[in-house]
Design a protein around this ligand. Structure first.
Ligand code: GDP
Length: 420
């Protein structure tokens, strides 16, 4: 174990090898209990199958995925000398993009998986864009499935060039990106330098992970716990569940749910099916609050201290980056905003400034429209109450994505909240 902790997101297009890479990382770092591997080794030997240990990890991950998200979603963990890593945003999850939006502020750094035989694909673009906008510090890019392209340097170079183009397009500082040719399946350049890529002399993946910059210390913000679901459990009553983004939750605390605007005293807190007296950022909890019924609160509410309740926005100002709008964006456009666990239609009331992406300076005041690639400051009016916070105060609750017809159109950070 190391004492520094990192939350790591694994991003990339479907089928490019995210799950396989997670399995490989867990396997190579010895994060799968020996007795479990041993059991599987025996079974596999009986059946006469090779590569059994790794296959086991993959089976287990697949099972995790089938189960979907619950309050005890098993986060995958592994360690290097410098860090204990938790993989956030389990790949393959049905709400993956959603999780990226709500969870990317939680991830400190990310590994982008790009299959060498496919190159940059739609979700590669979407995930890179979100990672950039939502504040990922550093990106390690694994050009995966090198075995399929015969470990050819020229193919690797082509894909690296394609990804570099994409990084430029979303204004990601390419100095904060490093590329590695890998095969998650065969294990090339993951834990050991591969003989198959003699032309590559950079870091292997575990070295690159170990050399990531230290994450920013967590904010000492007040409790913010976005509600993911509300259950009724016999013997306990109403149980809202969610992940604590900031602050602490203790039994006996007086809490407030916004924008539903109800509150009470925390009676019990449950984590991993056990009652606990308190919980902290990153914990997935179910809890019970005196006097709160199932219909009083809902997904999208945020729970905070009664004496420092979550902000509810009448309007808010935000900096957004536009990715792929159906057409140009003008004032009056009302798409769905995804912020933490909330989904609320919001109107872009005014486009206040267009920014020059390279310098960050104001390029135009009150432009008539913005389009793909533009960065802008806009004023937004939620059509239903929405709890959201200035990114400078509580970054974990200060980012959002704008989606329309199943696609991410823009993402942004909240600059200022004008409270109801
Ligand atoms: P995900 O959707 O990004 O999580 O992708 P998966 O990890 O599920 O992988 C998709 C498919 O690609 C599976 O059939 C994997 O076995 C295969 N795959 C993943 N990594 C590699 C690799 O490095 N080499 C080869 N040949 N196949 C791979």
């Amino acid at each position: 174990m190391s004492d520094q902790h990192q939350n790591l997101a694994i991003i990339g297009h479907v089928d490019h090898g995210k799950s396989t890479l997670v399995g490989r990382l867990l396997y190579e770092t010895g994060s799968v209990p020996e007795h479990v591997i041993e059991q599987h080794r025996e079974e596999a030997e009986e059946k006469g199958k090779g590569g059994f240990e790794f296959a086991y990890v993959m089976d287990n991950l697949a099972e995790e995925r089938e189960r979907g998200v619950t309050i005890d979603i098993a986060h995958q963990e592994f360690s290097t000398d410098a860090y204990d890593f938790t993989i956030v945003d389990c790949p393959g999850h049905r709400d993956f993009v959603k999780n990226m939006i709500t969870g990317a502020s939680q991830a400190d750094n990310a590994v982008l998986v790009v299959a060498a035989d496919d190159g940059v694909a739609p979700q590669t673009q979407e995930h890179v864009f979100l990672a950039r906008t939502l504040g990922i510090d550093e990106l390690i890019i694994g050009i995966n499935k090198m075995d399929i392209v015969d470990y050819e340097e020229s193919t690797y170079d082509e894909v690296v060039e394609e990804v570099n183009q994409l990084l430029k397009q979303v204004q990601f500082n390419t100095e904060d990106a490093s590329f590695i040719p890998i095969s998650a399946f065969e294990g090339d350049n993951i834990a050991e330098e591969s003989d198959n890529t003699p032309w590559y002399d950079g870091e292997i993946l575990l070295e690159a992970l170990n050399d990531l910059p230290e994450p920013e210390p967590p904010t000492d913000a007040p409790l913010r716990l976005p509600i993911q679901d509300v259950y009724t459990i016999s013997g306990i009553g109403t149980v809202p569940v969610g992940r604590i983004e900031t602050g602490l939750l203790n039994t006996g605390d007086n809490v407030s749910f916004q924008p539903s605007d109800v509150g009470g005293e925390v009676k019990t807190i449950e984590m991993h099916h056990e009652e606990v007296p308190k919980a902290e950022p990153g914990d997935n909890v179910g809890f019970n609050v005196r006097g709160i019924g199932k219909d009083d609160i809902r997904r999208g509410d945020v729970c905070g201290p009664a004496d420092d309740p979550p902000s509810v926005a009448e309007t808010f100002q935000a900096q957004i980056v536009v990715m792929q709008p159906p057409s140009v964006i003008t004032a009056g456009y009302t798409p769905v905003f995804h912020a933490h666990t909330a989904q609320v239609a919001c109107t872009i009331e005014s486009i206040d400034k267009k920014m020059d992406p390279s310098s960050g300076e104001v390029a135009e005041e009150n432009p008539d429209f913005i389009q793909s690639g533009d960065a802008a400051v806009v004023t937004i009016r939620p059509q239903k109450p929405l709890s959201i916070e200035p990114s400078s105060e509580i970054p974990e609750l200060g980012s959002f994505a704008i989606r329309d017809m199943g696609q991410t159109i823009a993402a942004g950070k909240v600059l200022d909240v004008n409270e109801k």
